[in-house]
Ligand binder design. Structure first.
Ligand SMILES: Cc1ncc(COP(=O)(O)O)c(C=O)c1O
Length: 425
């Protein structure tokens, strides 16, 4: 090695040391000053589901076989008949391009016709609907379009955590309206309207059928709440992601039917669960035509349009997948009965609500501790209640739709074994 080579090596070592020192200083400054990013995003906590998924992944890496009662992803694939037709459609050149911002006109036409047939909703497909990249994007778009930082939105808890996150990260004040476990997590329009008046709330978010409790609210109750809000000029943002999975014997009521045009009711929905298309990212939003024009600014900036192949796939589902959906419903209905039959074996834990996709359960110890123990000791993934609002520390959510039936039964056996052998310290 000659002297110049030696010099180069010394120089490289020096530069590396300098970079490390700079990094240390930067990290030190960051620690002292905090991250210089948006304060509302920073105050928003990561979804609780992520933590459970992380723990589950660690166990999977160690070769553990887990039963998934966690994230609400239908365990079954989409209709085979639909997929076969889709394979032909995907050959078209234009499927790879953007669709019009509000979505394919053919999909909007078909969906508005079906909304009228199924839920008596009358929607103008040209001006009152937006096809979105799922219901989550629809909700964030609605919040960004309607709310100013500091405005108040009433969120009924147990809530869908991404709604709370959307409000938190846009600087909106979330007013938590807690439902009680004794009422089986049913809503009481009078007490909600009282809070609306007291707190000067600008919008209420309602999820029916509900995630995380699985409860389908009674149509008369939803109607009374919606009428009270409309009379006050308060927006109702209703998330109907599970509209096709009401509890047996109940029908889904879409409060948008109360208005000739959707002035105060914003209806959000999804094709993710209905047709088992969670990965395709297609949902929708119905609102007043002037609001839709405003929403289009947010929508175009966020995603331009929903996935075009996804929209084509949904359109085929609308034509071909209704009897397939009936079979899926029957399958989930059987699960609900099975879980009901198991509930006596869960003592001292209690099943507080048991819908088609979700059950909400509480017990004698902290739900997060229980969920971690159940995952580590029995290999069953559940979601702790504190993710869904305050006062839910002893609860957890069981998602019934993400496993096949044998696995579902295996999971329930493991849970009853854990609960049955539980000894208070
Ligand atoms: C109530 C609710 N809204 C929205 C979503 C998200 O739906 P999408 O996949 O259409 O974004 C979910 C998914 O779990 C949900 O439970």
């Amino acid at each position: 090695m000659d002297a110049s080579e030696n010099n180069l090596i010394v120089e490289a070592g020096f530069l590396r040391a300098l970079t490390v020192l700079r990094k240390m200083k930067r990290n030190g400054d960051k620690n002292k000053m905090g991250l210089n990013s948006n304060k509302w995003v920073r105050r928003t906590s990561v979804p609780g589901i992520a933590e459970m998924n992380f723990l589950a992944e660690e166990l999977r890496k160690k070769g553990e076989e887990l039963v998934n009662f966690g994230q609400a992803i239908p365990f079954y694939p989409p209709s085979r008949e639909v997929l076969k037709l889709f394979r032909e459609k995907i050959q078209a050149d234009d499927i790879h391009r953007y669709s019009p911002d509000p979505g394919l006109a053919s999909l909007r036409d078909d969906w508005c016709r079906i909304l009228q047939e199924k839920f008596s909703l009358i929607v103008d497909p040209d001006t009152e609907i937006l096809i979105t990249a799922g219901a989550n994007q629809a909700y964030l778009t609605a919040v960004m379009t309607l709310m100013n930082p500091g405005d108040r939105v009433g969120l009924i808890s147990p809530w869908y955590f991404n709604h709370a996150m959307a409000l938190s990260m846009t600087g909106v004040e979330c007013v938590e309206i807690r439902l009680s476990e004794e009422s089986g997590y049913q809503i009481n329009p009078e007490s909600i309207l009282k809070i609306v008046d007291e707190k000067q709330i600008k919008a209420i978010t309602l999820v029916t059928p509900n995630n995380p409790t699985g409860v389908t609210y009674n149509p008369q109750t939803v109607k009374a709440l919606a009428e009270g809000l409309i009379a006050r000029g308060v927006y109702l943002i209703v998330d109907e992601t599970y509209a096709f999975f009401p509890e047996p014997g109940l029908r889904h009521f879409s409060p948008g039917v109360l208005e000739e045009h959707p002035d105060m009711v914003i209806t959000i929905g999804s094709f993710s669960k209905t047709f088992a298309l969670t990965g395709w990212r297609v949902g929708y939003m119905i609102a007043d035509s002037d609001l839709i024009k405003e929403m289009l600014k947010v929508h175009d900036t966020m995603v331009i349009c929903a996935s075009r192949p996804g929209q084509v796939l949904v359109r085929i589902c609308l034509e071909k997948a209704w009897s397939w959906l009936e079979d899926r419903y029957a399958e989930l209905e059987r699960r609900q009965v099975i879980l009901n039959n198991y509930s006596a074996r869960f003592a001292p834990w209690k099943v507080r609500s048991n819908g088609l996709f979700f059950a909400f359960i509480d017990g004698p110890i902290d739900g997060r501790i229980a969920v971690k123990k159940i995952l580590e000791e029995r290999g069953v993934i559940l979601i702790p209640g504190d993710v869904f609002g305050s006062g839910l520390e002893k609860s957890f959510r069981l998602s019934a739709g993400c496993t096949g039936e044998p696995e579902f039964l295996r999971g329930l056996e493991k849970l009853s074994d854990f609960f049955g052998n539980y000894q208070a310290d």
